[in-house]
Ligand binder design. Structure first.
Ligand code: NAD
Length: 319
């Protein structure tokens, strides 16, 4: 099949590399340029791709006339500057989550892509998964009855996790599990239930002002007043558990550890639910290409990302 889209990737860390391989494999995309300030990382990945231009300055990648789509995978506080330049140059943009490192940045970014009239998407993988599509279908079919409560639990024996060492993930400025994990589920909740309102949050921080939170309890509410409870804790003697759960009067429905579905009723204790295979809207890159071809597509836009950021910054008590 003809390759159509030349992608330029800015940021070649854990996540940048993950998507780099997906762009290489995709029949319609070529990784035409990569950029990182870390030259050994740049050289390591250049060796894995044919005919790729390399840059240490993202402005040069953005000015590369061959690039149609810029994928922004730098740490959160650098998203804004790269996105603003790419929007100015009229390039289509895929940005990592969370959209920005503050609500003011997110607002400016959402405005810039709208004014530039470019395709804009955030890499939230959950909406493309079979598990989340099945979760949504079961909720919409009314299987758990009337909703009483929504709960997000994020429990970690250690944060950052052992495999997740980088210069920013443990820091209060850009890291922490509230910033890293909560946005995925705020997006899912807003997709399922519409706008979410912040009510209250209590955050536990260590004495060192540079270090991220160790706990959070927060209460939000859905449009019809249904409470959303967020319970996050790190440094505890148990296995990691990330659980997004709906409590209804006929049963519960949970998404555990990103991909496992579980139900429960008052007659049946917790039972696994198999995700339904559904190949429609299954792949973020194909959806971006559809949007670039002016076809109907399913993307989490910067506007959606701004709405997620608003709730996130409220939980963090920054706005
Ligand atoms: N979508 C997801 O599921 C998911 C999962 C984890 C992380 N993320 C997000 O992805 C982003 C990157 O996370 P990561 O874990 O890959 O981080 P990382 O620290 O492993 O990688 C970031 C890379 O960006 C490079 N970089 C930093 N500043 C730069 C600049 N000005 N110009 C060019 N390169 C620069 C660094 O050298 C590094 O190689 C973050 O926003 C994070 O929140 C998304």
């Amino acid at each position: 099949m003809e390759k159509l889209v030349n992608v330029g990737i800015v940021g070649l860390g854990a996540v940048g590399e993950r998507l780099l391989h997906q762009f290489v494999k995709h029949p319609k995309t070529i990784v035409a340029a990569i950029c990182d300030t870390n030259t050994s990382r740049l050289n390591e990945l250049q060796a894995k791709i044919d005919n790729v231009n390399i840059y240490t300055n993202y402005n040069e990648l953005i000015s590369d006339p061959s690039i149609n789509l810029v994928y922004v995978a730098v740490p959160p506080k650098f998203h804004h500057r790269v996105v603003m330049e790419a929007a100015k140059a009229g390039k289509h943009i895929l940005c990592e989550k969370p959209l920005a490192n503050s609500l003011a940045e997110a607002e400016e970014m959402a405005g810039a892509v709208e004014n530039a009239n470019i395709v804009n998407a955030i890499n939230f993988p959950l909406p493309y998964s079979n598990a989340v599509q099945t979760f949504k279908a079961k909720w919409e079919a009314g299987e758990i009855g009337k909703l009483k409560r929504v709960e997000l639990k994020m429990h970690f024996p250690q944060w950052p996790r052992a495999w997740q060492q980088n210069p920013w993930i443990a820091g209060r400025e850009q890291g922490g599990f509230i910033r890293e994990i909560t946005p995925h589920y705020i997006q899912v909740m807003e997709d399922l239930f519409g706008e979410i309102t912040y009510e209250q949050s209590f955050i536990d921080y260590p004495d060192n002002p540079e270090q991220c939170e160790t706990g959070v309890i927060a209460k939000l509410k859905l449009q019809d007043g249904i409470p959303v409870i967020i319970d996050g804790l790190s440094g505890i003697g148990r296995k990691e558990e990330i659980s997004f759960k709906l409590y209804g009067d006929k049963g519960t429905l949970a998404l555990k550890n990103w991909g496992q579905l579980e139900g429960e009723t008052n007659e049946q204790s917790a039972f696994p639910i198999e995700a339904i295979e559904n190949n429609e809207h299954q792949d973020l890159i194909s959806e971006i290409i559809k949007a670039m071809e002016n076809k109907q597509s399913r993307l989490v836009s910067f506007k959606d990302g701004y709405n997620v950021q608003k709730v996130l910054e409220q939980i963090l008590q920054h706005v």
